[in-house]
Design a protein around this ligand. Sequence first.
Ligand code: HEM
Length: 431
Amino acid sequence: MHPNLSFEQAPPISVPYRFLLAAPWFGVLAGILLAWVGGDVLGSRWTPEALALVHLIAVGFMLQAMSGAMFQFIPVAVGGNVSRPLLVANVVQPLLLVAALLLVAGFLFGAPALLSAAVPLFLVGVGVFAVVVLLALWRTPATGMTIWTMRLALAGLVVTVLLGSLLAEALARGLALPLIPLTNIHLAWGLGAWALMLVAAVSYFVVPMFQLTHPYPLWFARGFGPFLMLLVLIWSGLWLREDTSLAQASGVLLATACAAFGGITLWLQYTRRRKIDDATSLNFRVAMIALLVFAVSAALMAVQPQWAEDPRATVWLGMLAFPGVFVSTISGMTYKITPFLNWLHLQRLGAPIAAVPNMKKMIPAEAMTGQFRLHVLALGLLLAAVWLPALTRPAGLAFAVSCAWLGVNVIRALQNYRRFRDQIRASVLHH
Ligand code: HEM
C-alpha cells in the first residue's frame, strides 16, 4: 500500500459507507424525475424541474458522496483526526438527507414552506461537518497541497450553502434580491470553489497513486487552488456590481482554469507508466473530457453571447458539469474507496494478512466496467436530450438505471465485507 497512508485513525467502516450507500439513489431519483416529466423539461435552467434536478445531484448525490469520502480520506490519507466520527455522522447525515429532499420538493412543488424548512437543516448539517473537518485539517501535522486545497474546498462549501440559503429564503419570502446575479455567484462557489476544488485536492493524491501516473507538476498543484479561488472571488464581485460583460470575461478565465486541470489530468493519464483501464481510470477520463468540453463551451458562450441566448446553452453546461464531471469522478472514486475500506477493516481483524481477500474480490470488475459503460451511454443521451427533447425520457431512464447499478455495486461491496468478515472471525476463533 501507499507509504503515506495511516490506518490507525480510520473511522468505523459504517461512517463512510452510509454516505456512499445513499448517494447513488439521489441520482436514481433525478433520472426518474426526468423520465417522468419528459418533454421539454430541459428547455431552460429556470424550470422547477431543472432546479430540482440540479440539487438532487448537487446536495444529494455529490454532497453525500463527497462528505462521506472526506470522513475516510482525511484521517487515512492526510492524517487528520476527525473527532467523534460516528457521532458526527449520526447527526450530519440525517440532516443532509432530509434537507436535500425538502429543498428538492420545495423547488418541484413551488412550496415556500419546504424551501424555508430546508435552510436550517443545511446550516446545521453543513456547519457541524465543516467545523469538525476544518479542525481536523487544521491540526494535522501533515503538509502539502492536498490539505491546503481541501481547506479551500471546505470554505467553498460553506459559502455555497450560505448563498443557497439566502436564495432559498429570498424565493420563499419574496425578498427583493437580485436573484440572477446571486444564483450565478452561488453556482460558481458550488461547482468551482467547492466541488472542483475538492476533486483537485483529492486528485493530487489519488491520481498518481491509483492510476500510476506521474505527480501533478508542483507549480500546478501549488497554484491551481488559490487561482481558482481568486477567480471565483472576482467573478462574484463582478456579478455583485452587475457588470455582466466583465463578469463574462472573468468566466473565460474560469473556463481556462478548468480546462487546464482537465488537460493536465488527461496528460498525466496518457503518459503514465503502466496502462490500466479499470473503472476508476475510465471514469476519470470521461470526467476530464467532459470538463474540457464544458470549458470550451463556456468560453465560446462568453465570447459569442448570441450563442448563450438560447436557454438550452446553460442547461448544456449543467449537464456536462453534473453528470459529466462530478457523477463520473465520484463513481470512479467510489470504486476505489469501497474495496479499500473493506480491505482495511478486514486486515484489522487479526487474521494473517494472507487470509485477507484481495481488493479485487470486493466488487466484480465486470460489474464496475458494465456500469461505467451504461453511465457513458446515459451521459451521451442526456447531452443529446438538451437539444432533442424526444430523448429526455430514455436519457432519464438510462441515468436512473446506471445510478441504481452503482448503488447495487456499493451494496454488493458491503455484503462482501460482511461475508469475508464472518469467514475471518470464524477462522480466527477456530485457531
Ligand atoms: C452544495 C452544493 C450546491 C451546488 C453545487 C448548487 C448548485 C446550484 C446551481 C448550479 C444552481 C443554478 C441552477 C440553474 O441555473 O438551473 C443553483 C441554484 C439555487 N440553489 Fe444551489 N447548489 C448547492 C447547494 C444549495 C443549497 C444548500 C441551497 C439551499 C439551502 C441551494 C439553493 C439554491 C436556490 C434557491 C437556487 C435557485 C435560485 C433561483 O431560482 O433564483 N443550493 N444551485
